[in-house]
Write a protein that binds this ligand. Structure first.
Ligand code: SAM
Length: 305
């Protein structure tokens, strides 16, 4: 039997393969066609937002393979689902949540998080690449996610009110705009700043007191060349709540390995500095180990709130 995810993928893929344009552009047109009720996959009554998100994601992955751009990689589902689980657990008792993704790309991570949080969540997505943000926007419409989109350099001033949760698969590397980087505490005295550091600073500037920043960062974040600037900044401006090492098997090589860092913006209600949870995600195909790991996360999140 064909699943709803397969039906969504097959509809977009058939449209895009016969279209006279770049596959990624054709995905946008296929989704617009679907939204206009002129066509679309015939889905079951029990179709979920996750089914639709996954179908679109499969098409985007295929489009990205044809038009590979290393800096535009979509956040893999294995990591997105984990971030979504943590975001949901940390906010179970909060309502009408606001979320920001300042490097939203295709929106896959943001939509995964919004699907996990469910009703009442609204979001802001910022992205510098025009095609990617159009993909994210059309997916948001199909998923009925209320998201405001901004095409801009997210390290420039953003017209975004502070949010409850910021999620970001941070772009890694040097940020070339030294003049703008001078507005950040994490600009080094010499040379270019790390974009991934500035994204953390900017994200926490746009997160409410007591709110959380969930970041996918290089695994060597805390012992890289510019980490001597990062350590005091994080100590002064944030509370480090968790550092979660992702399995090496998810990445091309150990030099590309990533971790999840959970930061909280200090508030007057947080009196004592809580312990930092240091954890390592087990092999994700080991269901028992993963269930135990998620139990540990859930206990930590309950204590955090
Ligand atoms: N989470 C995204 C997804 O699921 O598709 C993937 C994010 S990808 C790792 C990082 C993104 O940051 C890329 O899409 C890139 O275009 C964007 N980016 C890089 N520098 C940026 C900047 N200064 N302002 C806004 N976006 C930027």
């Amino acid at each position: 039997m064909t699943t709803d995810t397969e039906k969504v993928f097959s509809f977009i893929d058939t449209y895009a393969e016969t279209a006279d344009q770049l596959y990624l552009e054709a995905i946008i047109e296929a989704c617009e066609h679907w939204l206009s009720n002129e066509g679309g996959p015939s889905l079951s009554e029990s179709v979920s937002k996750e089914d639709i998100r996954r179908g679109i994601q499969l098409a985007i992955l295929k489009g990205m393979k044809q038009n590979a751009q290393p800096h535009h990689q979509m956040t893999p589902d294995s990591i997105g689902m984990l971030i979504a689980h943590i975001a949901n657990q940390l906010t179970v008792d909060r309502h009408n949540l606001t979320v920001l993704d300042p490097a939203a790309g295709t929106g896959n991570l943001l939509h995964t998080v919004m699907n996990a949080i469910g009703n009442g969540v609204t979001a802001t997505a910022v992205e510098i690449d025009d095609i990617l943000i159009r993909l994210a926007a059309v997916a948001a419409e199909l998923l009925e996610h209320p998201v405001s989109f901004y095409v801009q350099d997210a390290l420039r001033p953003m017209l975004v009110d502070p949010v409850d949760i910021t999620v970001c698969d941070v772009p890694v590397g040097f940020y070339p705009d030294d003049d703008n980087a001078l507005n950040y505490a994490l600009m080094p005295a010499e040379g270019h700043a790390y974009a991934h550091h500035l994204f953390i600073e900017q994200s926490m500037n746009h997160t409410k007191s007591g709110g959380y920043g969930l970041f996918i960062v290089p695994a060597n974040l805390f012992d890289s060349e510019q980490s001597s600037l990062l350590h005091p900044f994080l100590k002064k401006e944030t509370i480090i709540r968790a550092v979660i090492q992702l399995p090496d098997s998810l990445f091309k090589s150990s030099t590309h390995a990533k971790s999840i860092v959970v930061l909280q913006k200090p508030s007057t209600e947080i009196i004592a500095t809580p312990d930092v949870m240091l954890a390592k995600v087990p092999n994700m195909t080991d269901k028992r180990a993963m269930a135990l790991f998620l139990q540990k996360i859930d206990m930590w999140a309950t204590e955090s709130e």
